[in-house]
Design a protein around this ligand. Sequence first.
Ligand code: BES
Ligand code: ZN
Ligand code: ZN
Length: 505
Amino acid sequence: MIDIHLSTQSYATAHVDLLLVLTQNTNKQGTLRELDRHLDGQLFELIQHDDFKANDGQKLLCTTWGRIQAPRLMLFGLGEDFNDSMLEWRQAVAEAIRAASSEKPTSIGVVLNGRSGDLSATVEGLTLGATLVAYRFDHYKKPDTLSNNLESVTYFLPSRSSATVKKSAQQSLKRALILAESICAARDLVNAPPNELTPTEFAVRAEEMAENVGLTCNVHGPDQLREWGMNLFLAVSSGSVEEPRLIHLIYKPKGRRKKKDDKRVVAFVGKGVTFDSGGLSLKPTSAMLGMQADMAGAAAVFGAMQAIAQLKPSVEIHGYIGATENMTGAAAYRINDVILGHNKTSVEIKNTDAEGRLVLADTLSYAVEQGATEVIDLATLTGACLVALGQWTAGLMSDRQDMADAVLRAASQVGEDLWQLPLPKPLRSQLKSSIADISNVGGRFGGAITAGMFLREFVSEEVDWSHIDLAGPSFVDKDLHHMKKGGTGYGVATLVQYAMQEANS
Ligand code: BES
Ligand code: ZN
Ligand code: ZN
């Protein structure tokens, strides 16, 4: 990840390749007037000549003729409607840095023209926007000597900031960096090719991460899964030579908890299918492309736990990852098989490509057995959810509206698009099986919803449950705002926000 610095030094004497000035107007005051003086009155001339009006996304690039240390200067317009929130700063700085990338700077200095209302929101937004837009996954490519990559961004605080302001800005920076690193960790997992990130490797990385941040990590293999009767999970892995892994990460708050958090045990459960071929219900090549990202739910759980260990909310949180491949080997599970799950529900397999819900079924009932009082599962579960909501929006399903509202609130606060889908009772009949308790597919219509309804059967009634289908936004085909093409790390921020906010409210 790139370095982010806060500086109280003057931007004029700082050694950066490019100075980026974010501005909502072109009035002859503040930073712009200062810069104009440095540049002997040439800045306002240029502004007029180029018709720069500080409109949203508008840019003006110029040389500084050696009058300040930075050789180049870019003004970037925020537009009239800019509202000075964390999310708007995140987006603006991401877009400004993307616009500046044509200049191939290795270091960028950021200054604001005018003051920000909430410095901590500004610092958080700048940090997330800069680190996430500068994220790259290119270590499989030969090093390209021609393009130098952005390495650091320095944000110059208003020179007259008080000591308390500086201290709180530093704290915001620290928090934002923890979150940004965790999102990048999730992106790395999602972007890793499936021959690298096998279930075994996933578990190794979870153990390393847990060691680094101080979480407990328990990893269970096939023998343990067999002993616990996790036959649905095992069925999915049976067609692969790669062993499955059930990864269990545990965060326990230290010290006295608030009364309300005493009895809460939150579980995050992620689908970690490291490659989904579809199994015997084999996918065509075009649909198999991208199926290394079928572990994005698990990656979100991994990233969230990494951040939570460092941000230390006051509630107990467990992360569960069901990691397996879905392949077509000789021992692969079959269509028409009937399999008994960990919670003694029998499942008729009608499509081996509906494997995520089988892995989650056993992992969810295990999480509940381990004492969870509320569960959020995340999964790239259905193409149907992508059809319904498009690639930028995830689907939320829950039969507890207060919990759904809390998850939706967390998502909207961190700017992750999430939309609730209903769970209409009559649809449940699509999952009826003539031979077993339930069928693993529910037909063509309402595919995202019947998948959610299937999961609900494996979480006891008294436990609060929400399900996030992130098949769309976890892996995208183009850059947008702070997101880069490929794995986005979707879900990390929402889970962290949920953990912090619900626990501390
Ligand atoms: N991993 C897929 C869902 C998916 C599709 C994720 C596209 C991301 C992009 C899942 O395991 C799957 O194959 N689901 C089937 C379910 C069907 C057989 C009921 C699907 O969506 O077609
Ligand atoms: Zn599948
Ligand atoms: Zn899948």
